[in-house]
Design a protein around this ligand. Structure first.
Ligand code: IVH
Length: 676
């Protein structure tokens, strides 16, 4: 394609996405894909001066307003930010700034702060009173959203220590993560469509026609710019600006810091990448600004962005790919989870070829169908998920996907129980359930049986050697001779590994049994309270409910489990096989396996919240600081770990151990495997 034609197409496409994003609050592609288009256009315009055009979307900010709200002319243009995508590009930006200033790059003072994924807002104050608030619009003219902004709780309607003069306070309107989850729950309950992400939810909420509706949406505002229209203040730096805004009653980012020199500034930007999921709101990057306002004057602006600031975009957590098929998997409780088979795509640094679709309602409300182009997200601790289909005008879609009525493994009926959103295979003898139960039973977090992994479990079931977890303890080495790839020595090693599990503490067995809602933390509470399985099984519902950390849901589940005929038989057979079913004394007092040791945790560990994992380390005599140092005993690396912590540990030679070793670490203070 000729450069001119290519530029035309890119401009058209970008303009279309701009309308969806800015006016309809319903982006048609992930931000990362949008950034790629813009970058392509800008590179093209840079390399081919003949295609340049002052009206190009690359020279503009946002889009013109829609006409739903009144128009507001900004007293000073609301600009955008230029982007860089990695540390190298950030360094060259920093060095360029230093060159313009004629200064050593390592002495320049930068302010580094989160790039909140919301929408820009400018709020006007006259003699300390809020007079008008407007969205960015095309940068010159925005929409008048004053009434809606008055309903945002942390926007001061009157400034404390009322200053005279005219100001515009600019910042980002956003929804905090928790508020977003709560809002979507309300949407769901009201039968309304859920929002795809906090940014859309915030944009949709701010642009409500009825301020009453806006008022019910838990919006927040974070200030990052002060336009002093009558030059009534004498402020020299950005950090002073932030302090002033705070004194007036605005919320500013707690993480904003000054970094001296390009190297430190890059380090601070990396910090945000490693900690992005610990913030209470979504960020899509880090903003770096010159701290000195005098130096900013020297740098000035382009038509769309300041030269004294830059956005370092973070690796995308959303990408588009093709949905090949939708299938259903059966878990150990029989839950049937639909999942997407995808054309492999790299998201947040790892290749994704499958993603969960959660349940039937999710598939219907998202209306994703095999063959669709879809947005895939992998954020923080969550497993990859399919967010929504991408409209492809002109392509014929397949019919709406229907949830199967039969289990794909045992062909038994799949049923939705009561008002739960999940569907279950109700056949207790379903081989898929049994396989998952045995795998879980033998896993590290449960009874930790060496040599009994997924493949071996599959063989034992296929050969009919076991039909329940209790059967494991009746296997003899001779029974295993028929298993492929298992010699005599390994067969007896497996039998003794299984046998060793009989002496594990009761808390581990409770986890292994897979009682619904009972994870490692609840199991430990129950085991230390009742000390024997017998006492636990005798406990009344009330006695269970009063145990610290055990709510009515867990209590009911345990109570039912203990009275279920099949479970009783299982326990009897375990006892007969020589199972201990007690919580040993050292577990009761909490072992001192980690005495004086610092265990740092990054990413999520199955069965533990972050607080619970840290509390477990402390309960075993250790400490759990937030960062890795020379003194760290080991770093436990969970799902979606922070890259900075891991690389720091590797650099210092601190052991990095997988989350599957965590329970073993707590009990023994040691580990069997490390990650390198
Ligand atoms: S400074 C002239 N700081 O990102 C200065 N912007 O992609 C312009 N944003 O339009 C903005 N967090 O809506 C700035 N800490 C931050 C920000 C931030 C988010 C948004 C803002 C801006 C867009 C540019």
């Amino acid at each position: 394609m000729k450069p001119l034609e290519l530029a035309r197409r890119l401009r058209e496409e970008i303009a279309r996405h701009n309308v969806a994003y800015y006016l309809e609050d319903a982006p048609s592609i992930p931000d990362a894909d949008y950034d790629v288009l813009v970058r392509e256009l800008r590179d093209l315009e840079r390399d081919h001066p003949e295609v340049r055009d002052v009206n190009s979307v690359s020279q503009r900010v946002g889009v013109a307003v829609s006409g739903t709200f009144g128009e507001v002319q900004h007293a000073e243009a609301m600009l955008s930010l230029d982007n860089v995508f990695d540390a190298l590009e950030l360094r060259s930006w920093g060095e360029r700034v230093a060159r313009v200033l004629g200064a050593d790059p390592e002495v320049i003072e930068f302010a580094v702060e989160p790039k909140i994924d919301g929408l820009a807002l400018s709020i006007g104050y006259q003699d300390g009173v809020l007079t008008r608030a407007a969205t960015r619009g095309d940068g010159r003219i925005g929409e008048d959203v004053t009434e809606n902004v008055r309903t945002i709780a942390n926007v001061p309607r009157r400034l404390t220590a009322t200053p005279g003069g005219r100001f515009e306070v600019r910042g980002e309107v956003y929804l905090a993560n928790d508020d977003f989850v709560a809002l979507n729950r309300l949407q769901r309950e009201a039968g309304e469509k859920e929002f795809a992400n906090p940014r859309n939810a915030a944009a949709g909420s701010l642009r409500q026609k009825d301020p009453q509706v806006s008022a019910r949406r838990p919006l927040s505002f974070l200030a990052y710019q002060l336009v002093d229209l009558e030059s009534s203040l004498s402020i020299d730096s950005y950090l002073e600006t932030i302090a002033q805004l705070r004194r007036w009653g605005f919320t500013t980012a707690r993480e904003t810091q000054r970094s001296v020199g390009v190297t430190a500034m890059i380090g601070r930007a990396d910090w945000f990448e490693a900690h992005r999921h610990e913030l209470t709101y979504q960020i899509d990057g880090v903003v770096i600004k010159l701290d000195s306002l005098a130096q900013r004057q020297v740098l000035g602006f382009t038509s769309r962005a300041p030269r004294w600031a830059i956005a370092r975009k973070l690796p995308p957590e959303e990408r588009t790919t093709r949905l090949v098929a939708i299938e259903v998997s059966i878990g150990r409780t029989g839950r049937a989870t639909p999942f997407a088979i995808l054309e492999p795509v790299v998201v947040a640094g790892s290749t994704v070829s499958m993603a969960t679709l959660h349940n039937q309602d999710q598939v219907s409300s998202k209306d994703v169908r095999p063959g669709d182009l879809v947005i895939v997200r992998k954020a923080g601790d969550v497993i990859p998920e399919v967010v929504a289909p991408v409209p492809e005008p002109g392509r014929r879609r397949s019919g709406a996907w229907r949830f199967p009525t039969k289990c794909p493994v045992c062909e038994g009926p799949l049923e939705r129980i009561g008002d739960e959103s999940d569907t279950y295979c109700v056949n207790r003898a379903c081989p898929a359930q049994l396989t998952q139960q045995v795998i879980h039973f033998a896993s590290r977090a449960a009874l930790d049986i060496e040599g009994l992994g997924e493949q071996r479990v599959g063989q034992l079931l296929a050969e009919g050697l076991i039909g329940d977890v209790a059967d494991l303890f009746y296997l003899r080495a001779a029974d295993l001779s028929s298993l492929e790839g298992l010699g005599e020595v390994s067969a007896s090693a497996l039998v003794s590994a299984i046998s060793a599990a009989k002496n594990r503490p009761l808390s581990r067995l409770l986890v292994a049994l897979g009682i619904r809602h009972v994870g490692p933390v609840a199991a430990r509470q129950l085991a230390t309270t009742f000390t024997t399985y017998e006492a636990l099984a005798r406990a009344s519902l009330e006695e269970l409910e009063v145990v610290d950390g055990i709510g009515p849901v867990i209590a009911a589940s345990v109570y039912e489990y203990c009275r279920d005929e099949e479970s009783r038989r299982r326990i009897e057979r375990l006892v007969e096989a020589g199972f201990d079913l007690q919580e040993p004394r050292e577990a009761l007092t909490g072992s001192r396996s980690l005495a004086q040791r610092a265990v740092v945790i990054t990413g999520s560990i199955e069965g533990f919240s972050r607080d619970e994992a840290e509390a477990a380390v402390v309960a075993h005599g250790g400490t759990s600081p937030g960062s890795v140092s020379k003194k760290t005993y080991c770093l436990v690396v969970g799902e979606s770990p922070g890259a900075a912590k891991v690389s720091r540990a590797l650099e210092l030679g601190v052991a990095t151990i997988p989350a599957s070793e965590f329970v073993h670490l707590l009990e023994t203070g040691s580990w069997n495997a490390t990650i390198s």
